[in-house]
Write a protein that binds this ligand. Structure first.
Ligand code: 4NP
Length: 165
């Protein structure tokens, strides 16, 4: 009998959960599906702040994403909670402030590995800059970084499965 694998659970976290982390959620889901990994990975996103709870992603993030084939309109913002640290294997912070806020919320001895999303990259910035106050280019640059890092994470997670770690 083939045993069903428990999916790896990944939570993307930014400040508002309306620009960076929902974009990362959609990109990661689409690219995981393309690699045939969709059933092995559970994906969600959340914000450290509470201002946008229940709202769909920022229109600029949606417009930028749809141009590259990612639909964000069904996503709704939620705030990260202490329970997330037991529900996810990886909690990936978009910037240093998100990481500090997550560390402050971490109940300790938790299942989740809490790191920056861009720590997987060998070169380039270590934060995905907050595009909220920026222009259209800021959103396109955000998506560039997110696509690159999602591919690296998928490489790592696929490898993890292959070598049983
Ligand atoms: P996000 O962008 O953290 O990438 O979702 C932001 C969205 C909203 C705010 C800041 C950043 N805000 O201050 O309301």
């Amino acid at each position: 009998m083939i045993e069903k694998e428990t999916p790896i659970a990944i939570l993307f976290v930014c400040l508002g959960n309306i620009c960076r982390s929902p974009t990362a959620e959609a990109v990661f889901r689409a690219r995981a599906r393309k690699r045939g990994l969709a059933g092995r990975i559970r994906i969600d996103s959340a914000g450290t702040g509470d201002w946008h709870i229940g709202q769909p992603p920022d229109q600029r993030a949606q417009t930028t994403a749809i141009k590259r084939g990612y639909r964000l309109n069904d996503l709704r913002a939620r705030q990260v909670s202490a329970k997330d640290f037991t529900r996810f294997d990886y909690i990936l912070a978009m910037d240093n402030a998100n990481l500090a806020d997550l560390r402050a919320l971490d109940p300790g001895n938790s299942r989740a590995k809490v790191v920056r999303f861009l720590d997987i990259m060998e070169q380039g910035p270590d934060e995905v800059p907050d595009p909220y106050q920026g222009d259209t280019d800021s959103f396109a640059r955000m998506l560039d970084l997110i696509e690159q890092a999602c591919d690296r994470w998928l490489d790592r997670l696929a490898g993890r499965r292959n070598d049983g770690q």
